[in-house]
Design a protein around this ligand. Sequence first.
Ligand code: UFG
Length: 338
Amino acid sequence: MRVFLTGGAGYIGSHTLLEVLSQDHEVCVYDDFSNSEPEALNRVAKLTNRSFETVEGDVLDRPKMRQALIDFRPDVVVHFAGKKAVGESTEKPLMYYRNNVEGTLSLLEGMEAAGCKRIVFSSSATVYGDPHYLPYDEAHPLAPTNPYGMTKYMVELILKDWCTAQDDNTAVLLRYFNPVGAHESGEIGEDPNDIPNNLMPFVSQVAVGRLEKLRVFGADYETPDGTGVRDYIHVVDLAKAHAAAIGFAGDHKGCEAINVGSGQGSSVLDVVRAFEGASGRNIPYDVVERRAGDIAEFYADPTKAYNLLGWKTECDLADMCGSAWKWQSQNPNGYKPN
Ligand code: UFG
């Protein structure tokens, strides 16, 4: 198939690009490199020995994106491009709504102009909000608690209406849990612009000596060891879920929301111990106050992903930490020169 990847140079985008190229699809990456590096694309090209088109552009640049879609004539779009920092979204909500919601509207208009009727969308488990029950299944009520989550929820609603309006449209809404880790080569991985907000990149940077100490946000939750519990998923497993969703979109119609998680919860201290095991480094930490807005515990019911996509996770926490460490130790400054 002809696959158009918005945000294809980013962390999840680049791993999916690699997976999709290895399945012999034709690809065009559309990325503005605002939170990604062109070097990630060079590395994917080298690892796969495949070429693909790249258009440097912003999802808010409607004429450019429309022309790129008309020129490439995709069978399916995978839409990663978007802002993704929860904390920043509470400070700059308008920027988040404009980028994530308006960006998707422009994309859908461009897809219509190009005759493309299929989209796989990067949604998030954050659409569920505070758990009414666990594990979250796809029927759990949706009540995001921050502007970032609201943008994902709004785009889900837009895509649902888009599929209702024309019954040959298809949207697969992939609700990611906590993606971590890196490709086994250690050549591509997560490269946050600033000090990382998320646990795994923070721990990686402590292990490599770029940051001094982890702060564990609360050890008084009602969880087995008192620290927050999440459903971590290896980014390569997540990339494979996208490849499966592309296949599914090829022969199904309508809108489906699908959890992409392992079904297993791990605590902050589980991650610290697994990372120490994988890296052979000590991870010093202090327990500090809870982080505002954090939920004690959540994890996925991934049954629907298996039933519809034939997909389930294959990697465990040790694989996630081992690959994150390989990437971080080979590239202590990410894609920037060492
Ligand atoms: N944590 C720490 N110290 C840190 C960073 C995180 O103790 O320096 C803890 C958090 O309190 C939480 C756990 O580690 O218990 C995971 O935190 P992350 O920031 O890595 O991930 P979140 O679950 O908060 O958020 C992630 C994504 C969001 C997404 C959400 C739900 O960052 O984009 O999962 O899918 F919305």
